[in-house]
Design a protein around this ligand. Structure first.
Ligand SMILES: *[C@@H]1O[C@H](CO)[C@@H](O)[C@H](O)[C@H]1NC(C)=O
Ligand SMILES: *[C@@H]1O[C@H](CO)[C@@H](O)[C@H](O)[C@H]1NC(C)=O
Ligand SMILES: *[C@@H]1O[C@H](CO)[C@@H](O)[C@H](O)[C@H]1NC(C)=O
Ligand SMILES: *[C@@H]1O[C@H](CO)[C@@H](O)[C@H](O)[C@H]1NC(C)=O
Ligand SMILES: *[C@@H]1O[C@H](CO)[C@@H](O)[C@H](O)[C@H]1NC(C)=O
Ligand SMILES: *[C@@H]1O[C@H](CO)[C@@H](O)[C@H](O)[C@H]1NC(C)=O
Ligand SMILES: *[C@@H]1O[C@H](CO)[C@@H](O)[C@H](O)[C@H]1NC(C)=O
Ligand SMILES: *[C@@H]1O[C@H](CO)[C@@H](O)[C@H](O)[C@H]1NC(C)=O
Ligand SMILES: *[C@@H]1O[C@H](CO)[C@@H](O)[C@H](O)[C@H]1NC(C)=O
Ligand SMILES: *[C@@H]1O[C@H](CO)[C@@H](O)[C@H](O)[C@H]1NC(C)=O
Ligand SMILES: *[C@@H]1O[C@H](CO)[C@@H](O)[C@H](O)[C@H]1NC(C)=O
Ligand SMILES: *[C@@H]1O[C@H](CO)[C@@H](O)[C@H](O)[C@H]1NC(C)=O
Ligand SMILES: [Cu+2]
Length: 605
């Protein structure tokens, strides 16, 4: 059983195990080209000169070593999504948080043990980079799989959206005066197995485990298989009791394993359809096909006409909060509560920012892991991490409750590093913020656990995790555009225990020092008597003066554009000139009391 595509690449040849349980890989991160949707050949970021990067295939207990050499002209990093990194928080990967960017010509050896099982993925956590190609499945097989007796074959099915332009190039226009509504660039196509129209051979009598991994920048997918039902057995590395469904949904960064039993009538080809959730797009371009199809074929010798999938009027319903973990854990207690209000708005430089509790995230000068490790007892003071970092210090071994209130009409998939969280409940759309005195869902005795959860438009979710993993863990929306616009918080978990248990290898601090990035002290790198000195700290663009609405801003930008360019439409290029022009015009008109622009917004993730 083998997909006839490049998508299911096994371990790289370089993956020869040098010892019983050590899997050693060398990844040269390189530019190459690819044309996976057949519409446009573009530069992509691959590994060892090829794209897609190899899938990583491990067994629980393995030590994986990925010697990563950066052959790009930009910084990079790797994050193994879903790994707890217990005592190895410095191997987690987010740039500016637990490490500095691996600079061009630099190297970083990721080296950690995998004490978990299930379906994960590995991707760049630098500068919106993974949708340019640096992402791949990362699967850890159990020595004795919970559902191992129920299936014969094990196949990983990567899904993603696909752009024809580099993310940082699209970002110039996304985060600019010309886009005050914050409309996200819409992908050009959908991929399955990193291509389209792939085939999978099935044999009658067999049951297959299909591990769907959504590696998209933006789009959630609905997935169904014509003529076959699915039985969910795992989400995000958490094995569940079998749950039968006609289809599944998975947001960016989510994974779902399903069992699919082959049919007995072995004629025909059966579409596996992945349909992007176009509700998330501000506009759906007429030439966008949001669907991608692969085909299950039973008689691989026969040449079949591959059928066009039938159109469905409604996607099969799938509510992940109904899933029941195989290993039960009762709801953790709410010993320590964090509330995050999700908000988008135009800030003082005219761009549309994402915010938690009215604060957009800016990368601090000192990666917070170094602040936590170097400031002794003061590491428990969230102030040290910087006011623009949404830092939350949580004590050791308590139940942490996270309430996410979405004040935005869009859906957002939130991800916590270093843990799975229990999803105690999710409101319906438009339910407003969580009210503990009026809980509108039933809290299950054994709540579903995962590491990415979809939060409904203008609704809320109630999450809990147990703080048994000292480290610095990001909590962020997994829509890459919203990372770029600042929808990020940092959990500084048990910093004093971290200081006892964690020992950062010197090459990591050396790599920062070589780039003049501080590795001790507060967010600005101030130490000793200056530990609380934040003079010169960049807290980011402020809010616009009251009454100066985003709509007003659009009007102003449009009029400035018309004046300067002599036309009424926004031109996507030459934004710098447009922005300067707008600033000059605004200053001349004396609008607002703040100087617009001029704030260097830095985000390394
Ligand atoms: C992954 O590794 C397992 C165990 O070593 C092996 O049986 C399996 O064929 C591998 N799968 C892939 C897709 O390479
Ligand atoms: C897949 O098939 C569809 C329908 O025939 C076609 O439009 C599309 O270009 C194909 N994709 C690739 C990558 O060949
Ligand atoms: C990575 O690049 C180095 C230097 O160019 C080369 O020696 C090495 O063989 C490459 N490794 C792989 C796995 O391609
Ligand atoms: C990286 O190495 C190449 C080849 O040795 C060299 O041409 C280039 O200037 C180096 N880049 C940096 C940023 O050091
Ligand atoms: C990986 O980490 C282990 C445990 O710290 C260490 O013994 C080993 O030398 C490391 N290997 C590499 C290649 O860094
Ligand atoms: C493997 O797991 C199954 C189901 O959890 C259990 O019945 C079986 O005894 C286990 N086998 C071994 C060798 O541990
Ligand atoms: C296929 O046929 C076998 C033997 O008759 C039967 O046990 C099984 O349930 C059938 N499977 C399906 C999916 O219909
Ligand atoms: C994509 O699939 C959905 C669901 O079947 C259908 O409504 C829609 O028309 C399809 N879009 C295209 C462009 O085929
Ligand atoms: C946290 O919130 C829950 C309600 O969701 C409440 O029961 C609990 O007492 C709160 N904990 C603290 C420490 O305030
Ligand atoms: C660290 O915290 C302690 C206790 O709150 C305080 O006395 C001390 O001045 C702080 N250290 C620095 C360098 O500010
Ligand atoms: C409880 O919440 C529901 C749904 O949001 C709302 O319709 C209802 O009015 C609320 N009840 C009270 C007493 O606040
Ligand atoms: C981390 O390791 C500690 C000590 O072994 C253990 O108690 C804890 O449960 C682990 N946490 C996670 C998230 O694996
Ligand atoms: Cu988002």
């Amino acid at each position: 059983m083998k997909a006839r595509t490049a998508g299911l690449v096994a371990l790289a040849a370089a993956a020869a195990a040098i010892a019983e349980n050590v899997v050693e890989l060398e990844w040269n991160i390189t530019y190459t080209t690819a044309n996976p949707d057949g519409m446009f050949e573009r530069q992509v970021i691959g590994v060892n000169g090829a794209w897609p990067p190899p899938a990583v295939n491990l067994t629980e207990g393995d030590r994986v070593i990925i010697k990563t050499n950066n052959h790009l002209t930009e910084g990079t990093s790797l994050h193994a999504h879903g790994m707890f990194q217990n005592t190895t928080t410095y191997m987690d990967g987010p740039v500016g948080v637990t490490q500095c960017a691996i600079p061009p010509n630099g190297s970083f050896t990721y080296n950690f043990t995998v004490d978990q099982v299930g379906t994960y993925w590995i991707h760049s956590h630098a500068k919106g980079q993974y949708p340019d190609g640096l992402r791949s499945p990362f699967v850890i097989h159990a020595k004795n799989e919970t559902h191992g007796a129920s299936y014969d074959e094990d196949v990983t099915v990567p899904l993603s959206d696909w752009y024809h332009t580099r993310i940082m190039d699209l970002n110039e226009r996304f985060m600019s005066l010309a886009n005050p509504s914050g409309a996200e660039p819409v992908p050009k196509s959908a991929l399955m197995f990193d291509t389209q129209n792939a085939t999978l051979s099935f044999e009658a009598g067999k049951t297959y485990r299909l591990r769907f991994v959504n590696m998209a920048a933006f789009a959630a997918f609905h997935v169904w298989i014509e003529g076959h039902t699915m039985r969910v057995i795992e989400v995000d590395g958490v094995d569940t009791e079998e749950y039968e469904t006609d289809g599944i949904s998975l947001t960016a960064a989510q994974r779902v394993s399903v069992l699919v039993t082959a049919r007995n009538d072995t004629s025909g080809a059966f579409p596996i359809v992945g349909a992007m959730d176009t509700d998330m797009f501000d506009t759906v371009p007429g030439d966008l096909n949001p669907n991608v199809t692969s085909y299950i074929i039973y008689d691989s010798a026969s040449s079949l006409d591959l059928p066009t999938p039938a159109t469905v009027d409604a996607f099969p319903p799938f509510d992940d909060t109904q899933l029941v973990p195989s290993v039960p854990i009762q709801p953790y207690s709410g010993d320590h509560n964090i509330t995050l209000d999700v908000l988008f708005d135009v800030l003082g430089d005219g761009s549309n920012y994402a915010m938690f509790n009215t604060q957009t995230y800016l990368t601090p000068d000192t990666p917070p892991l170094f602040t936590a490790m170097s400031t002794g007892v003061n590491a428990t003071d969230p102030v040290l991490y910087g006011s623009a970092t949404n830092s939350f210090v949580v004590p050791h071994l308590v139940g942490v409750e996270m309430v996410i209130n979405n004040y935005d009409p869009g859906k957002h998939p939130f991800h916590l590093h270093g843990h799975t969280f229990q999803v105690l409940g999710r409101s319906v759309e438009d339910a407003g913020p969580y009210d503990p005195s009026n809980v509108t869902f039933d809290i299950p005795a054994n709540p579903m656990r995962r590491d990415v959860v979809q939060v409904p438009p203008n609704g809320h979710v109630l999450l809990r995790f147990f703080s048994d993993n000292p480290g610095v863990w990001l909590f962020h929306c997994h829509i890459e555009w919203h990372i770029l616009s600042g929808l990020i918080a940092q959990i500084i978990e048990a910093p004093l225990v971290m200081q006892e248990r964690v020992s950062i290898p010197s090459f990591i601090s050396d790599e920062c020092a070589a780039q003049s990035i501080p590795t001790s002290g507060n967010a600005l790198g101030n130490t000793g008597a200056l530990l609380y000195d934040f003079h010169g700290y960049n807290a980011g663009p402020g809010f616009l003066p009251t009454g100066f609405t985003a709509k007003g801003y659009v009007g102003m930008v449009m009029s400035v554009l018309s004046a300067f360019l002599g036309m009424g439409v926004i031109c996507w290029y030459g934004i710098t000139e447009v922005k300067e022009a707008a600033e000059e015009a605004k200053e001349r008109e004396g609008e607002g009391e703040e100087k617009v622009g001029g704030v260097a917004v830095v985000r390394e993730l």
